[in-house]
Write a protein that binds this ligand. Structure first.
Ligand SMILES: C[S@@+](CC[C@H](N)C(=O)[O-])C[C@H]1O[C@@H](n2cnc3c(N)ncnc32)[C@H](O)[C@@H]1O
Length: 201
């Protein structure tokens, strides 16, 4: 699967595919987003300029804006963004993939970037490419929260809905190369501080 294949598949996916809780109830789905925003707020400083990369229909971006963060919600799928806009027309939402983020930001950098349930669907090389772009979009010292799972038996996703997992060594090498310093957080995702490339981990 290329990144374009993954993006196309999500654009055409039924909204119920975004998260398993959507098949339980709409209330459970949005409540899970609020709970994840509460967790993000434990590591992202108040009032930060934050990017939600692969925001979907705003499950987490909307409650993050309610927390008071200045949220830029980014997704490659226009259909997803249309759903987000319907629910939260005031939110800044941008249609872009990882390469398009730089064009949108220009010289601006985010205080924090998070990406949930996005990297997991990409190949190793696309995932590294995306993380590099997200790191470049973040100020030095800023926070990245990445849903970037580790496994003792790492494997690449074989479909748009599959999950790519990484070995600890693969991640440590990637962090050093990209410029990410792991932060001890207790959260179910990887939390990193943006540092100069070559000095992380
Ligand atoms: C499983 S959904 C997760 C949505 C949201 N992060 C959440 O947790 O509810 C994955 C989203 O990421 C978007 N996406 C996947 N790969 C992407 C990429 N390379 N660039 C931009 N968006 C991407 C898809 O369009 C989809 O909206």
């Amino acid at each position: 699967m290329t990144a374009d294949d993954v993006i196309k598949a999500w654009d055409q996916a039924d909204p119920t595919a975004i998260h398993p809780l959507r098949q339980v109830s709409e209330e459970a789905y949005w409540e899970a987003g609020r709970a994840q925003a509460d967790m993000l707020a434990t590591v992202i400083p108040g009032n930060a300029k934050v990017m939600d990369f692969g925001c979907g229909d705003g499950r987490v971006a909307i409650p993050m804006a309610e927390w008071g963060y200045e949220v830029t919600a980014v997704d490659a799928s226009q259909r997803m963004l249309d759903r987000l806009w319907k629910r939260a027309p005031e939110l800044t939402a941008v249609q872009a993939d990882a390469d398009g983020v730089a064009a949108h930001l220009g010289r601006r950098r985010m205080d924090a970037v998070y990406s949930l349930a996005v990297l997991i669907h990409h190949s190793y090389s696309d995932c590294l490419h995306i993380i590099g772009k997200l790191r470049a979009a973040t100020k030095i010292g800023g926070i990245l929260v990445l849903d970037w799972p580790v496994s003792d038996q790492p494997a690449e996703a074989d479909s748009w809905i599959g999950v790519t997992t990484w070995s600890r060594q693969q991640q440590a090498d990637a962090c050093a190369e990209i410029g990410l310093e792991p932060v001890d957080s207790g959260l179910p995702w990887g939390v990193y501080r943006a540092v100069k490339a070559g000095v992380g981990t």
